[in-house]
Design a protein around this ligand. Structure first.
Ligand code: NAP
Ligand code: G3H
Length: 504
């Protein structure tokens, strides 16, 4: 079945031998000399989806060197040429959304419909990045703002690429969060090395095929597979890597920051997004938002709703509404679009179970869930969670939602801000003035008013404070992060000065 799906994508056999995927170096598909592979199994039923090469540090060196060698020629391309390649790639992604989405669903257990929309979203992101790149502008400034300088000193600023960008993505959006790094990096004139997540490595390998067919010259984008724990530090510390764009856990992100030295970093990390629900909130809307926000892709999203802080007047009613919606969620096979599917590993299930057990032992109330079969955990709702419980602070990355009852907006702000994370926050209320004032107090990258936390649309700025990240992602923001200003100052001499008949 898997092979049938792959065959729908013309030429894809060059990428693999049977189910063994190669890595992508200078426009060619290579078998790793390490002889080692990583098995990718469907987290739903443990079916083998394929294997990817566990590349060596020598191969890591090769991909980075090739990216460096191709930098000069890629910089010479015009913005128009780069934009055309991104647009061609976007078209191919749209054409191949079904088989690519199918592979994605199999390798990370994401509901089929969401997996296909991940491909379509990435296609739109490539189109929008091409547009944004074409809109880039520079500036020219006279020096005469400061005493002693005049109009004979003019600075001209435009943006230049940083060089070789290392792109490392997480398992939960392996295609989109790789594409959202590749597109701005290329548009800004950089060359690229991609290291996909091990679980979720197959779908991003198709960027090799897509971009080659879209007209990208060989060597401008290269993909190396292998375990982060084996080749990650080598890639990050490589002297020819000029910038790192990383999405993943806060733990790995902090490690990268420690070992990367002075390389510029764009880090999108974990979250513990809290929904503050005031007494006057529209509770139907709120319950819809928190249930969909907490449980889509079984809670495996950095922006999942991870805490609800309800006021006393509405807490009982809200929890009842949320419970009824949760009980309607379909649990099961991602291929059948079940809302709740498998977590990425049994290790992750054990971790989530540990958080639930801790909360129950310390006196929280189980409203529904707390059931597990293999890698599937039923959506779990916990009431009367207190700040002594681990679930109040830790990121589960699984389908469990704690309600921490609060007595005032001030208390809700305090608990929200006490988190080590600062990705997004939510406020549900009809009082927009109060929402605005609370929003200003929350130490997060983004506050959603009357809506669930989420990254998109992808041209919005997306960032985290504290342990949630460093730098800002989002189409034009990513292009900026992956380029730098270049300033040329013209110092005009008397030689060419025109004589003007000025009276004062
Ligand atoms: P992870 O374990 O940190 O892995 C992320 C990536 O880092 C993988 O490609 C991994 O490779 C690689 N890696 C591991 N060790 C490395 C090293 N020493 N050097 C370089 N790369 C290394 O995260 P995950 O489990 O895939 O993703 C879940 C986490 O990501 C959650 O915390 C979630 O909140 C966060 N996330 C954040 C955002 C955001 O935008 N803020 C978006 C999505 C996910 P291997 O797979 O080979 O280990
Ligand atoms: O997992 C982290 C992603 O950046 C979340 O993206 O809000 O579009 O699901 P999303």
């Amino acid at each position: 079945m898997m092979i049938d799906e792959l065959e729908k994508i013309s030429d894809s056999s060059i990428m693999r031998d049977n189910l063994d995927f190669r890595f992508f170096l200078a426009g060619t598909w290579k078998n790793s000399s390490s002889g080692k592979t990583i098995e990718i199994k469907n987290p739903y039923n443990q079916e083998l989806i394929g294997t990817v090469s566990a590349c060596s540090t020598e191969e890591a060196d090769q991909v980075i060197t090739i990216a460096k060698e191709n930098l000069e020629c890629w910089i010479e391309k015009t913005q128009r040429e780069r934009a055309d390649i991104l647009r061609n790639a976007a078209k191919l992604m749209k054409e191949w959304a079904d088989p690519l989405g199918y592979i994605l669903m199999k390798e990370i257990g994401k509901p089929l419909k969401s997996a296909k929309s991940e491909i379509i979203r990435t296609s739109e992101l490539f189109e929008a990045t091409a547009e944004a790149g074409l809109q880039q502008e520079g500036e020219a400034i006279y020096g005469d703002t400061f005493k002693g300088f005049g109009k004979d000193k003019i600075s001209m600023t435009y943006r230049v690429p940083l060089g070789v960008i290392l792109c490392i993505g997480p398992f939960n959006y392996p295609f989109n969060l790789t594409g959202s790094k590749i597109a701005p990096a290329l548009m800004a004139g950089n060359t690229v090395v991609v290291k996909p997540p091990s679980q979720g490595a197959i779908t991003p390998l198709f960027f090799g095929l897509i971009l080659e067919k879209a007209g990208l010259p060989p060597g401008v984008m290269n993909i190396i597979t292998g375990r982060g724990s084996e080749i990650g530090d080598y890639l990050v510390q490589h002297p020819l890597v000029n910038m790192i764009s990383f999405t993943g856990s806060s733990e790995t992100g902090k490690h990268l920051a420690n070992v990367a030295g002075m390389k510029p970093l764009l880090l999108e990390l974990g979250g513990k997004d809290a929904a503050i629900v005031l007494d006057d909130a529209n509770l139907e809307l709120t319950a819809d938002a928190i249930v969909s926000g907490a449980f889509s892709y079984s809670g495996q999203r950095c922006t999942a709703v991870k805490r609800v802080l309800p006021m006393p007047g509405i807490a009982d009613q809200l929890i009842e509404l949320a419970k009824n919606k949760i009980l309607n969620l379909k649990v099961g096979n991602p291929e059948e679009n079940a809302n709740i599917g498998p977590l990425i590993s049994s290790h992750q299930c054990d971790y989530v179970q540990g958080l639930i057990d801790d909360a129950l032992e310390k006196g929280s109330t189980l409203i529904c869930g707390n059931k597990r079969e293999d890698n599937i955990m039923w959506p779990t709702l916990l009431d009367n969670v207190t700040t002594e419980m681990r679930i109040a602070w830790e990121e589960p990355f699984g389908p469990v939602l704690p309600f921490i009852r609060v007595h005032s907006a001030e208390e809700a702000i305090e608990i929200s801000n006490k988190s080590e994370y600062g990705l997004q926050g939510m406020i549900f209320t009809e009082n927009i003035d109060l929402a605005f004032n609370i929003a200003q107090e929350l130490e997060v990258g983004t506050v959603q008013v009357n809506g669930k936390s989420e990254r998109g649309p992808d041209h919005f700025p997306f960032l985290g404070t504290k342990s949630s990240g460093l730098g800002t992602q989002g189409i034009k923001y990513s292009i900026e992060a992956m380029s730098r200003p270049k300033v040329i100052v013209m110092n005009l001499s008397e030689r060419g000065k025109l004589v003007k008949n000025c009276k004062y």
